[in-house]
Design a protein around this ligand. Structure first.
Ligand SMILES: Cc1cc2nc3c(=O)[nH]c(=O)nc-3n(C[C@H](O)[C@H](O)[C@H](O)COP(=O)(O)OP(=O)(O)OC[C@H]3O[C@@H](n4cnc5c(N)ncnc54)[C@H](O)[C@@H]3O)c2cc1C
Length: 408
């Protein structure tokens, strides 16, 4: 075969990052990327609403791992070797300055995902990484003597190589899962993650655009809970609290066919017991004001009106006239209003696949298959996914970097 060669299946974030690192580590290595699509790095370009949320400013491997509903435990070790600080340095040292927003999300200063994609393309070009577009891999097999691999691209002639990296992303309808399965790997069931909730409630939909900085969401009959910013939309609920709940509950909510009862505490973690004295106090201090006009500061007036209606309280009633029982009803509505979720809609900014190659079949020190030496995995193809905030790309950079041979 002459020169050593690695074939990378998938020209996305993980595939490019791994290819660049592999070529950098061993300049004599021949690196070839097979990409199914017409456009390399298509998701990088589409990501973060066109801004590419490239990583998250969380530099503690253990804390960072906590943002991954699947794969967190396995990623702790890899994060000790390649973490957001390394990602930031990597791009900045190649002329792409990055900035962290107050919530920790990291973007290129240009606010253009093209800056990230161009940087990766240039690095790959400089290192003579070969990229074959519109040429998906359709099968992978070991050579008869077991010392090398044969990758079959759709364009024809098989490619013989020493190592194969499977980094075809998390497309559930993609054919790449069959490649891994044929090699004996198990694919954990594929279900969507990072979606928003549909709630058929016209009055709620009329409040579209209202956001709360901190709400607490819980799903009845489960232990699922999520606290964070909540956004009311025309179709129901969105915002970081919902997206995180969709990620942590990806499997459970799928099993319920996305039909479940959810409770919203509009005030975040405030309990009924702490809220009731506040409302009792309001009954005394604002006794002559209508309930509509004197409302807790945290809640926008239109939302407050909705809450009163849901609690069957006439908005013209004076605070002083509210009975203890009504106060308790209001308190329950504010800390645990029930909504019937009836379906999901994809979050247009970012969505990922929960499920993929079973993690126990992969050695995270090298990203090598435990079944076949020389077969490597990286990115969303694995049963790894994070919540929104740059965590999914970070998993792709980290696993890609290690799969390049840097972990050896
Ligand atoms: C709209 C959108 C926005 C997002 N925004 C963000 C964000 O801002 N921050 C963040 O952290 N995450 C974001 N994500 C998630 C993130 O894009 C993915 O987790 C990440 O791209 C995974 O990288 P990957 O290399 O594993 O897969 P991908 O980037 O999906 O790349 C895989 C590549 O493999 C190719 N391929 C598939 N099958 C084959 C085959 N058989 N042969 C050859 N090639 C094949 C595909 O065409 C694709 O180009 C977003 C996702 C979406 C959909």
């Amino acid at each position: 075969m002459g020169k050593k060669r690695i074939v990378v299946i998938g020209g996305g974030a993980a595939g490019f990052f791994a290819s660049i690192a592999a070529a950098e580590r061993d300049r004599s290595l021949e690196v070839m990327i097979l990409e199914h699509g017409r456009q390399p790095l298509a998701k990088v370009l589409a990501s973060g609403g066109g801004r590419c949320n490239v990583t998250h400013a969380c530099f503690d491997p253990k804390l960072l791992a906590g943002y991954y509903p699947r794969g967190g435990k396995e990623l702790i070790g890899p994060f000790h070797r390649w973490q957001p600080r390394d990602t930031i340095e990597w791009f900045e040292s190649r002329g792409v300055p990055l900035k962290a927003e107050p919530d920790g999300r990291v973007f290129p200063v240009t606010d253009q995902s093209g800056s990230i994609a161009d940087c990766l393309l240039k690095a790959a070009r400089d290192l003579r990484v070969q990229v074959r577009l519109q040429d998906p891999a359709i099968a992978v097999e070991r050579t008869a003597d077991g010392t090398a691999w044969r990758v079959f691209p759709s364009s024809g002639e098989p490619l013989v190589c020493d190592r194969v990296l499977l980094a075809p992303g998390g497309n559930p309808s993609g054919k790449a899962y069959a490649i891994a399965e044929k090699l004996g790997h198990t694919i954990e069931p594929l279900v969507p993650s990072l979606f928003t909730f549909k709630v058929p409630d016209r009055a709620l939909g009329a409040l579209a655009g209202i956001s709360l900085p901190k709400a607490l969401l819980t799903v009845d009959g489960t232990r699922l809970r999520s606290e964070g910013p909540l956004l009311i939309t025309h179709w129901g609920f969105s915002g970081p609290a919902v997206l995180a709940l969709s990620a942590w509950g990806a499997r459970e909510l799928h099993a319920r066919d996305y039909r479940f009862s959810m409770r919203v505490n509009w005030l975040g973690g405030i309990t009924r017991e702490r809220l009731l004295p506040r409302l009792q106090n309001l009954r005394t201090t604002a006794a002559r004001k209508t309930v509509l006009n004197a409302h807790p500061d945290e809640l926008p007036k239109r939302l407050w009106e909705y809450l009163l209606q849901r609690c069957a309280i006439d908005t013209a009633t004076q605070w002083g006239r509210l009975s203890n029982r009504t106060l308790e009803t209001l308190c329950s509505g504010m800390t645990g209003m029930e909504f019937e979720v009836r379906g999901k809609s994809p979050f247009k900014e970012e969505f990922v696949t929960c499920g993929g190659v079973r993690l126990s079949e992969v050695d995270f020190r090298t990203m090598e298959s435990k079944l076949h030496p020389g077969l490597l995995f990286a990115g969303e193809f694995l049963d790894i996914d994070g919540i929104t905030g740059g965590f999914n790309f970070q998993a792709a950079w980290t696993t890609g970097w290690i799969a390049s041979g840097q972990g050896r």
